[in-house]
Ligand binder design. Structure first.
Ligand code: AVI
Length: 325
């Protein structure tokens, strides 16, 4: 740890809270095949449950990606070079980020997240630990296109987006391509991206990772209904829905659903929605990519894939993508 006094992180708020939660839930439950957006999993309880998922014996991605960062962060730093600005999409518990920042010694760190409190805590923690680093926390929805504010600290030679955790797998293919193209525009010519992506593997291992024996993933999935009850004046009976997750081999994705256990009617913010017994709400997709499939996707968004690292079990990959000068 650097012993100089840390500067407080700069904070820039670009996010406008909208009534979009109710609108998106109403729209999703009105479709012939009901669905809810997975970004709403992460209220306080949902974030706690997700942290618990990351430590589960069945949920290999977090451990595999940490192994990659422990073993290869030095090599990643050599690819990226000195005086980078690291722009992180999301602000999780930060263990992988710390490994990258230690190896890279960037001039600036810019965590971007829609969850204000979590973002402020993460940014303050990093600023305290890396006191030479200029930290600018930006509250924004990184799934949309936005412009970076003026950053604190000395000018950077290269902007690099860091997007760990295979969160890109929660987007459809066209969404992921659009998302990568936005990231490419944000970092500009000469910039880069380090992105964590879950690899294809046998279905048994994938199914176990999303159907853990302790039922934490089930609780995470059902918490979405609890959140809707609390925040949108709804009356979902949680005991009348069950978690269902399976690997869809044709589409190379885990699908998570909530299955209605009976014919029932649910009220959400003044509107009513009917469910038949066995009908599902599709809550999440988690796409799995081979190394080559992901490289092709990155190329379609204007990146040059430069290097990929995997863990010893070849469960997970971190790709370094560059934008031509
Ligand atoms: C955040 N995301 C990458 C996780 C995943 O594996 O798709 C979310 C998750 N859903 C169930 N378990 C974990």
């Amino acid at each position: 740890m650097d012993r100089r006094t840390a500067a407080a992180p700069a904070f820039v708020d670009l996010h406008r809270d909208a009534d979009s939660f109710l609108e998106e839930v109403t729209a999703g439950l009105s479709r012939p095949l009901k669905e809810l957006p997975p970004k709403y999993f992460y209220d306080e309880r949902g974030s706690e449950l997700f942290e618990a998922i990351c430590g589960l014996p069945e949920y290999y991605p977090t451990r595999a990606e940490l192994e990659i960062m422990r073993d290869h962060a030095g090599e990643m730093a050599r690819h990226l070079g000195p005086a980078c600005a690291v722009i992180e999409y999301g602000s999780g518990s930060g263990r992988k980020t710390r490994l990258l920042l230690k190896a890279l010694s960037p001039v600036a760190y810019v965590p971007i997240d829609i969850a204000r409190e979590q973002l402020q805590v993460t940014a303050a923690g990093i600023a305290a630990e890396f006191s030479r680093l200029a930290v600018t926390a930006v509250c924004a929805d990184y799934s949309r296109s936005f412009r970076l504010p003026q950053l604190a600290g000395p000018p950077a030679r290269r902007r690099v987006v860091y997007f760990p955790g295979s969160t890109i797998g929660n987007l459809s293919l066209p969404e992921a391509a659009g998302f990568l193209a936005n990231a490419r525009r944000l970092v500009g010519p000469g910039g880069g991206m380090l992105v964590g992506v879950d690899l294809k593997k046998d279905a048994a291992r994938l199914n176990a990772a999303y159907n853990d024996a302790r039922g934490i993933t089930a609780a995470f999935n059902l918490n979405l209904l609890a959140r809707i009850n609390r925040e949108l004046d709804a009356d979902f009976d949680l005991a009348s829905f069950r978690h269902h997750a399976f690997y869809n081999d044709t589409l190379s994705r885990i699908e998570m659903h909530l299955v209605s256990l009976a014919d029932q009617r649910v009220r959400v913010g003044g509107a009513g929605f009917g469910f038949r017994g066995g009908e599902t709400i599709h809550t999440e997709n988690s796409y799995k990519y081979s190394l080559d499939e992901f490289r092709v996707l990155a190329e379609s968004a204007g990146f040059e894939p430069r290097h990929s690292w995997t863990d010893g079990g070849r469960l997970f990959a971190v790709h370094y993508l560059a934008v031509p000068e």
